[in-house]
Design a protein around this ligand. Structure first.
Ligand code: 5GP
Length: 204
């Protein structure tokens, strides 16, 4: 069994990450999604276990001390963490796992996992970002999130790919094309009947 890999999708808040992840999974049911653990309160439409595992701060820190997170970060005054057990289990058995995480988490994973592909969604403008946050009714945190967005955009240079999220459908197709190309990266899979020397069977 070929091991799978991680697809990290980052963008400033309101940058469309969760919509893109949802659409990608509708088009390709084999894609998995890493459900993070957070101390943030659920939004009205969010379901525990599907969008996030919602926990108290005390519980989050208990899990963090136990080593349950592959990475964790404080974002906009709340804690977020990625389950190590889920990622290890799924990538060992060939899973391609989408992760909607922030720039701090992406930096940690880049250091810890050589199989991570990182994609940064670029918003068409700061104005459109503010508008999306306003529509999402995140009004109490819009200013914090806008300030963080400016800092996060500066980290885009560390990512493998940039996708402009101007038209949602185009952005989804572009991320899909990246995942397809990464599935065929030399060393990730050997075509049937081809004996690939071990030395070349790693990601450069
Ligand atoms: P939101 O509260 O809008 O759902 O997410 C806020 C930010 O936290 C987003 O940038 C999102 O990508 C990030 N985030 C969600 N889950 C995780 C996680 O497990 N780890 C890290 N580092 N960031 C996360």
């Amino acid at each position: 069994m070929q091991p799978g890999f991680l697809v990290i999708i980052s963008a400033p808040s309101g940058g469309g990450k969760s919509t893109i992840c949802r659409k990608l999974r509708r088009r390709d049911a084999s894609l998995l999604y890493s459900v993070s653990t957070t101390t943030r309160a659920p939004r009205p439409s969010e379901i525990d276990g599907k969008h996030y595992h919602f926990v108290s701060e005390r519980e989050f820190h208990r899990r963090q001390r136990r080593g349950a997170f592959l990475e964790w970060a404080k974002v906009h005054d709340n804690y977020y963490g990625t389950s190590k057990a889920f990622i290890d289990r799924e990538t060992k058995t060939g899973g391609v796992v989408l992760m909607d995480i922030d720039v701090q988490g992406a930096a940690t994973i880049r250091r810890r996992r050589k199989d991570a592909v990182t994609i940064f969604l670029i918003p068409p403008s700061m104005h459109s970002l503010r508008e999306r946050l306003r529509l999402r009714k995140d009004t109490d945190t819009i200013e914090t999130r806008m300030a963080n967005a400016r800092a996060e955009l500066k980290q885009a240079k560390h990512y493998d790919y940039w996708v402009l999220n101007d038209s949602l459908n185009t952005a989804v197709k572009q991320v899909e094309a990246i995942i397809l190309a990464e599935r065929h990266r030399a060393g990730r899979q050997a075509p049937k009947g081809l004996r690939v020397p071990a030395k070349t069977a790693v990601r450069p």
